[in-house]
Design a protein around this ligand. Sequence first.
Ligand SMILES: [Ca+2]
Length: 132
Amino acid sequence: SSAFPTPDCPNMWAITPEERVKHDQKFDTLSPSMGYISGDQARKFFLQSGLPAPVLAEIWTLADMNMDGKMDRLEFSIAMKLIKLKLHGTALPSALPIIMKQPPVPAHSLSSSTSVMSSPNYGTVVWLLLCL
Ligand SMILES: [Ca+2]
């Protein structure tokens, strides 16, 4: 029951390089220890999204791929993406889409993250407008 139209977006689950950069920056602000944030740290942060705790628990279950109760960068990024989609009225998947487990594919060859950021890909932009 969302006011947003829901276009058919096969890549709606894909995390864009731009999103990943934002997620990584957010991850770093949560003072990760040994590359992980604890369940407690994550829960406090995710609750700020305004989503109800049971929904966040569902997102956690999907995103914590190795079920160790901690989030690494990729798992955190997946959780952030699921929260964003859920806030836009998308139903959560029953299983994690495979595309979400893959690292984001930059529009251009892997040179540096700054070059990815400074070279917006039109396909990505259009997709963001339509699907997010
Ligand atoms: Ca984990």
